[in-house]
Write a protein of this length. Structure first.
Length: 144
């Protein structure tokens, strides 16, 4: 499914979730109430702390980066997908693919240094790594 199909079939975030580092180690949160559509039906989920990365993501080694997409389903369950891991020197890290039946909340872009690695769900975001949070309405056409 491409971006146009995602938009036309009714999967859009209508307000910014306010993605940020979570209180617990290895977690993230939303700081705003999120209004979104799932299959054209309006939904809402309040700000939520200590959201966890979905199991099975690959750890980043030294000087690597990737994008994690944050998704929400009709029931309000939040999950993540991981894009390809790239060397920090590459122009842009690709974004993950669209997940059918879920609405994109935003992207968490993680980069490691020459002396640090990153394990999703374990390593604290922004500690020994650089984490950038991007709220999205739909999946961007390319990494920003």
């Amino acid at each position: 499914m491409n971006q146009m199909e995602q938009a036309n079939s009714g999967y859009s975030s209508l307000t910014a979730a306010g993605l940020a580092i979570g209180t617990n180690a290895g977690s993230f949160k939303t700081t705003n109430t999120l209004t979104y559509t799932n299959d054209g039906i309006l939904k809402s989920k309040g700000a939520t702390d200590n959201l966890t990365f979905t199991a099975g993501h690959t750890a980043l080694g030294n000087n690597q980066r990737c994008n994690f997409a944050v998704w929400i389903d009709a029931a309000g369950a939040v999950t993540t997908t991981q894009g390809p891991i790239m060397d920090v020197g590459q122009p842009r890290a690709p974004i993950p693919a669209i997940v059918p039946g879920k609405t994109l909340v935003g992207l968490i872009k993680v980069s490691t240094s020459a002396a640090q690695t990153y394990t999703p769900g374990t390593t604290v975001l922004g500690t020994g790594n650089t984490a950038a949070y991007v709220d999205c309405m739909r999946l961007p056409g390319s990494a920003q």
